[in-house]
Design a protein around this ligand. Structure first.
Ligand code: SAM
Length: 374
């Protein structure tokens, strides 16, 4: 069977090894690498399967060399055949080995490492960091979203050494736990991190990180770690920086809150990512739902956490309100506000809970024939 994506044509025997739904991560990864890295950069595709990811860096992303690793013998056969279509100018190496074996025997560093395993990312991070240097682009996918989003909290504590949330915020807290884990592990190798772009899409989470070597970067990264909190009573979502979790009560209604962390509280979008998302959301060759996703991701304010409008109206005892009317009211009051790509019916804003509840009230009051809000 043949699968075509970008300039790559892939032969594969088993559908288990090719995931068309991950095309968006490969599209954005290829475009971002072109902006972030010098020409002729070296790539490690450590969990390569058919090789589509590494091939796209070679065929579309200006890579000078690509090393493919694949542990499974039958996937490796497809991989070996597929990479033959890469032009001779690009250095290609294909190894039927594991990440762990390679990382502990190779004496080289890569400009870009793009991890895309089945399930969790955590078991690979330590080994892959051994293959990084200053400014390596470290792109990580995780599909163990049930773990990161708190459906299996103890598994999250074991794998990522962080406590998750299982509520409306769990997509963002899961994503930030993944990044926080990379940040804390990278610190052991004397790397700080910055996030070029991070998002959740369908069944996976994706963090596109740049590593920076040195104590100053590690210290700066440490300052971006902390804990997230959620109040089920009034829907307040807030966070606190620092390595030690605080016992928190809701600053708005005084109720006990749920906490998650440690997790990354820094930015989720860099300047290169904004350009990539603007191009992607305007590209007519991209399917409409992917363009829409990229447009929402581009527009959402880069602030931690978000508010669910249905949860808020329920907590306030009023009928539903249009989300755009709440966004409008917040913007009129001088706040940043937009829908979030992380959860349907939710908004990101720099406004605090009191202002958000006022905006919901305003939106409700502007609806004809509505019971006045309490
Ligand atoms: C989700 S697939 C990769 C998909 C591919 N990156 C893409 O974009 O289509 C994960 C692959 O990692 C391979 N794998 C699993 N454990 C591995 C290990 N320890 N070292 C190297 N490859 C591994 C699996 O055999 C599988 O082919």
């Amino acid at each position: 069977m043949i699968y075509r994506e970008g300039r790559a044509a892939i032969r594969y025997h088993s559908k288990a090894f090719i995931n068309p739904h991950a095309k968006l991560t490969r599209d954005i990864g290829t475009a971002l690498a072109r902006l972030l890295l010098p020409k002729q950069y070296s790539v490690l595709d450590p969990t390569a399967a058919t090789g589509v990811r590494g091939m796209r860096y070679a065929l579309e992303g200006d890579a000078g060399s690509v090393t493919f690793l694949e542990i499974n013998a039958s996937a490796y056969k497809d991989l070996e055949r597929n990479v033959k279509s890469i032009p001779h100018g690009v250095g290609v190496r294909v190894l039927n080995t594991s990440v762990q074996e390679f990382a502990n025997t190779a004496h080289e560093k890569f400009d870009l490492i793009d991890l895309d395993p089945f399930g969790g990312a955590a078991p690979y991070i330590h080994d892959l960091l051994k293959l990084a240097r200053d400014r390596t682009a470290f792109f990580v996918t995780a599909t163990d979203t049930a773990v990161l989003c708190g459906a299996h909290a103890k598994a999250c504590a074991r794998m990522y050494d962080a406590w998750p949330m299982h509520n409306v915020l769990s997509h963002e807290t899961g994503l930030r736990i993944l990044i926080g884990y990379v940040a804390r592990t990278a610190a052991q190798y004397d790397f700080g991190i910055s996030v070029e772009l991070a998002f959740t899409y369908l069944h996976y989470m994706r963090a596109m990180i740049v590593l920076r070597h040195g104590a100053k970067s590690v210290d700066a990264t440490e300052r971006e770690l902390g804990y997230a909190y959620y109040c089920r009573k009034c829907c307040n979502a807030f966070y606190a920086m620092g390595r030690v979790p605080e016992r928190q009560r809701c600053g708005f209604c005084g109720s006990e809150v749920e906490g998650a962390g440690p997790l990354w509280l820094g930015a989720l979008k860099g300047t290169a990512a904004s350009r990539v998302l603007a191009d992607y959301s305007g590209d007519d060759d991209v399917p409409a739902y992917e363009r829409k996703f990229a447009a929402v991701l581009a527009e959402e304010p880069d602030v931690p956490l978000y508010y669910s409008i249905p949860h808020l109206t329920k907590s306030m005892g009023i009928p539903s309100v249009p989300i755009d009317a709440v966004i409008d009211a917040l913007r009129k009051s001088g706040s940043l506000a937009a829908r979030t790509s992380l959860e349907a019916s939710c908004i990101k804003t720099d406004a605090e809970i009191g202002t958000v509840r006022d905006a919901v009230k305003n939106a409700a009051a502007r609806r004809p024939n509505q019971k006045p809000p309490v």
